[in-house]
Design a protein around this ligand. Structure first.
Ligand code: SAM
Length: 305
């Protein structure tokens, strides 16, 4: 059953954390000329309108991108993320928010490959339409082609299943983003099993997982389970914007778990996370957790940063 539509949540605090980290990982890969693959197992629609449709219903962007929009004191790496979003809003008004495929398209280079999976028929179509529009715009500006030239391949398929065939990538360099809806609690298990399989096929890949921090047991145990995977290193960061409400309604906290993170990520997060807590925090419960460790070590090797 596919009921989840990311448009309802576009630009919220969880998207800010996810896309900020995603952009840092891609920029790290950009430091070498060798091509890489960006694989998005759960792509969503690619671009979201904030001023109408689903996104305006609960206006979740007010917990994320909106409070950052006019800030003039952004840490440098966060300013780059904001620059990407402002460039897709040339009127200066906050109208569009990028999904992970759009962020990847903007940050990656001509030689890199984007492999995008989305199972929901409507979102898979919107994603393909959005990339056609992005390409038409890029061509009009004299920029590189995207969909044409096979740089970007969009497939309506199960991302968990499809990942296997792509690993290891030809260049032995890749970022895999795994960002399922988690409405079905089996998603937690599927993420872990998918990563276990992926690490066998491609042990040195960079894998980034987003997840909601919720009361349900699968969520509470999730990071500890991922720490036991046999990656060489991992980094885990969570952002909490408010104290959970007694009825458990609303998303107050989310996390990113990265296997084989670049060494540059931890110092950047150490600078940016306190800033996000200050600007996005809604009450005294706002906080972040940042920890790193070596994979495959049960309950040991964790370093809180
Ligand atoms: N990664 C996107 C972003 O950051 O912009 C958001 C993705 S959203 C959280 C999760 C998406 O996964 C939804 O669009 C949903 O339709 C899709 N989906 C659910 N199950 C899937 C599966 N097994 N394979 C691929 N996509 C799936």
């Amino acid at each position: 059953m596919l009921s989840y539509r990311h448009a309802f949540h576009a630009g919220n605090h969880a998207d800010v954390l996810k896309h900020y980290v995603q952009i840092q990982l891609l920029q790290y890969l950009n430091q070498k000329d060798t091509a890489y693959s960006y694989i998005d197992t759960h792509s969503g629609a690619g671009v979201y309108a904030l001023d109408g449709g689903y996104a305006s219903k609960n206006a979740e962007y007010e917990t994320g991108i909106a409070p950052l929009w006019d800030r003039t004191d952004l840490p440098a790496s966060l300013a780059e993320y904001m620059k990407l979003i402002k460039e897709m809003n040339p009127s200066g008004k906050m109208r569009y928010y990028p999904g992970s495929p759009y962020c990847a398209d903007k940050v990656s280079r001509e030689q890199d490959r984007l492999r995008l999976f989305e199972l929901h028929p409507a979102d898979a179509k919107i994603l393909a339409d959005n990339f056609r529009k992005v390409e038409a715009h890029a061509l009009a500006q004299g920029e590189r082609p995207t969909v044409r030239g096979k740089r970007v391949l969009i497939t309506k398929a199960d991302g968990f299943q499809s990942l296997k065939a792509l690993l290891p990538p030809p260049s032995r360099r890749a970022l895999v983003l795994i960002d399922p809806p988690y409405e079905d609690k089996m998603d937690y298990r599927k993420v872990k099993d998918t990563l276990a399989d992926a690490l066998v096929r491609f042990p040195s890949g960079m894998y980034a997982v987003w997840y909601p921090v919720l009361q349900r047991m699968e969520s509470r145990q999730f990071a500890d389970k991922l720490k036991q995977l046999p990656s060489s290193d991992w980094l885990h960061v969570t952002l909490t914007v408010n104290t959970p409400s007694p009825d458990g309604f609303g998303l107050h906290s989310s996390g990113m778990f990265i296997l084989n993170p670049p060494y540059t990520l931890e110092p950047m997060l150490r600078e940016v996370m306190p800033y996000l807590v200050k600007v996005l925090g809604r009450d005294d419960g706002a906080k972040f957790v940042l920890e790193t460790g070596k994979g495959g070590q049960k309950n040991t090797g964790t370093r809180r940063v």
